[in-house]
Structures are given as C-alpha cells and as structure tokens.
Ligand binder design. Structure first.
Ligand code: TMP
Length: 210
C-alpha cells in the first residue's frame, strides 16, 4: 500500500536539524514530491501534548520507563493518524527524529536495555522503519555550545555532557548496524559542506528509488 518514502533526521542537540530540514524541503520541491513535515515526540495533537510533558520541567524526575513509554505512545498515535495515512496516499514524510532517537536517548543515554525498546518497536511499528535516515553527527561539545545559544534548555538539554556522549555513540552504533538506511552526515563542517552532503545522499536515494 505504501507509495511515499519516509525520511528521518537524527542527531544530538545543536546538530543543525532545523537547517537540514529546510534543505530536505527544498530537495523535495525540486524533485516535485508531495511531502509532509513532522516531528517526534509530537506530530499530532495528542503527541504535542505528550511532547510538553516529556520536554518540560514539570516532571523532572520522571521514571526512565515512563519516558520510554510516552515516546512510544506519541509514536503510536503519530503512525496511525499521520505517517501511515500520508505514505499510503503517496506523500513523502520528512520527520524530525523517530525510533533511532529512542535507542540513542532512552537506550544509550538512560541505559534501558535495547531488547525492551525492540519489544516496543515491534509492537508499535510491526516492522515499519524509515526508508532513509540522515544522522547529523558532530562532537558533543560543539553541539551543546550551539544549542546553548538558542533558548532555555529543555528537560533533555539539561542533561550532563556524559549523557550526550552516550547518545552520540549509540547513534553511531546504529549507523554501523544499518549502513544502507542510516547515512552519517558530518555536521561539524561549514554549513555549505553539510548541505552538500545532504543533497548528495538524498539525490542518490531519489535516483535509486524504484
Ligand atoms: P528536539 O526535537 O528539539 O530535538 O527535542 C526532542 C528531544 O526529545 C530531544 O532531546 C531528544 C528527545 N527524544 C528522546 O529522548 N527519545 C525519542 O524517542 C525522541 C523522538 C526524542
């Protein structure tokens, strides 16, 4: 049934996802694709409410399992209400973060066993995965410095450097396991070079898509 493609953007805070999403949008327009742009946690009305609970400071001491389950609650709603219907109508879906973020943040960062995340992934996604994932990789120090210049830190941004080192390493491990799907973009370079890498990866994907 699915006709559109599902492209996700991943990376630690300050990796430049917003700018890269703008480039993805441009590439979709150039290729004449109909697309929707969305994000996680969030993307639906319920998901955006869950995002506030997850990112806000009201529930600072939330249990790790609660955090994990809320991420997947947001994802279940997002998949059913937005992502799958759009793909089935032939639209492309560009998503700022998806399940790789759960492996990186709740798995790597919080230390939840991958097997438990995998069980939820199987349950909620039933084998569904992004067709292409762009992992914006850069040193943690550089990312946090950029993120720090933007706005007051959210609940995740308030974590220590060590947390983000684990997150970054988990992302790189995921890319190592699935090199066909997860493409590493060196986000430490100048903007022009980062955008050129994205253009090359996406155009290559567009050319090879049946
Ligand atoms: P962002 O969209 O501004 O990057 O913020 C989302 C935050 O939520 C970010 O710190 C990563 C975190 N997150 C998780 O911890 N697990 C997840 O599954 C997702 C989608 C996001």
């Amino acid at each position: 049934m699915k006709q559109g493609s599902f492209i996700t953007l991943e990376g630690i805070e300050g990796a430049g996802k917003t700018t890269c999403m703008a480039q993805l949008r441009l590439l979709m327009q150039q290729a004449g694709k109909n697309y929707v742009e969305t994000r996680e946690p969030g993307g639906t009305e319920l998901g955006e409410d869950l995002r506030q609970l997850l990112l806000g400071h009201k529930h600072i001491g939330m249990a790790d399992d609660t955090e994990l389950l809320l991420m997947f609650a947001s994802r279940a709603e997002h998949l059913q209400q937005k992502i799958l219907p759009a793909l089935n109508q032939g639209q492309w879906v560009l998503c700022d973060r998806f399940t790789d973020a759960t492996y990186a943040y709740q798995g790597g960062g919080r230390g939840i066993a991958c097997s438990r995340i995998q069980a939820l992934e199987d349950w909620v996604q039933k084998g569904f995965k992004p067709d292409l994932t762009l992992l914006l990789d850069l040193p943690v120090e550089q990312g946090l410095e950029r993120a720090g210049k933007r706005s007051a830190p959210d609940r995740f941004e308030s974590e220590a450097m060590e947390f983000f080192r684990k997150v970054r390493q988990s992302y790189l491990d995921l890319a190592g396991k699935e090199p066909g799907r997860v493409k590493i973009i060196d986000a430490s370079l100048d903007l022009e070079e980062v955008l050129a890498q994205i253009t090359s990866v996406v155009n290559n994907f567009l050319q090879n898509k049946p």
